[in-house]
Design a protein around this ligand. Sequence first.
Ligand SMILES: Cc1ncc(COP(=O)(O)OP(=O)(O)O)c(N)n1
Ligand SMILES: Cc1ncsc1CCOP(=O)(O)O
Ligand SMILES: [Mg+2]
Length: 222
Amino acid sequence: MDPSSYGTYLVTQQSISAGRSTIAVVEDATAGGVDVVQLREKETETRRRYEVGLELRELTAEAGVDLIVNDRVDVAQAIDADGVHVGQSDLPVAVIRELLGSDAVIGCSTSTVDEAREAEAAGADYLGVGAVYGTFSKDVADDEDGIGLERIAAIVDAVSIPVVGIGGITADNAGPVVEAGATGVAVISEITAADDPRAATERLAETVETAKDVEDGSVGNE
Ligand SMILES: Cc1ncc(COP(=O)(O)OP(=O)(O)O)c(N)n1
Ligand SMILES: Cc1ncsc1CCOP(=O)(O)O
Ligand SMILES: [Mg+2]
């Protein structure tokens, strides 16, 4: 799948999945219409991460959903994932491109216009930009209230690859992120910690689609 179709993006984290397995959450999210799943199990040992990854590969392939691995090129190769997502402290994008080749999807986390331009020049296929809003799911060096929508818009203007907002995003506040020009939104807790992850995914996907229509000018400007 082309990252320009990454509207609703689930990042996994078993430790905030209300006692459910990551596999169960991903089953629900694929049923709810997620476009892409990132295996991000930092607290899980490599062997287990690999085993979960293999199951997710089967599940996502059947559902036509992309599978991205957080940080680890070796795990991505071992499970035949679609790509890897790295941040500013991980392996450089250009090195990952050398290792994985031109077909792999490479995502890179950025929070400033300079980082975004650099990631694009290095060969990233999409950017994860945030934290947009305050989040409890990750310690972020930036402002604890998040970088905000103006920064999202500035980064969207500065690059020509898709931008996915991340950090503190819910179905209630995702619309403005897409209206600021993001292709989509990535979430952990909005789906993983929901009472009903499938319904939460459906709500989020619906919000993203509606906001895209507003952004395209197909509604709201009559
Ligand atoms: C889609 C997406 N965007 C940003 C991140 C954060 O990546 P990184 O800065 O490398 O932090 P960790 O996730 O590795 O803790 C992401 N994972 N996904
Ligand atoms: C991985 C990551 N990168 C920036 S914020 C964040 C956490 C997103 O989690 P949540 O959607 O629960 O705020
Ligand atoms: Mg990382």
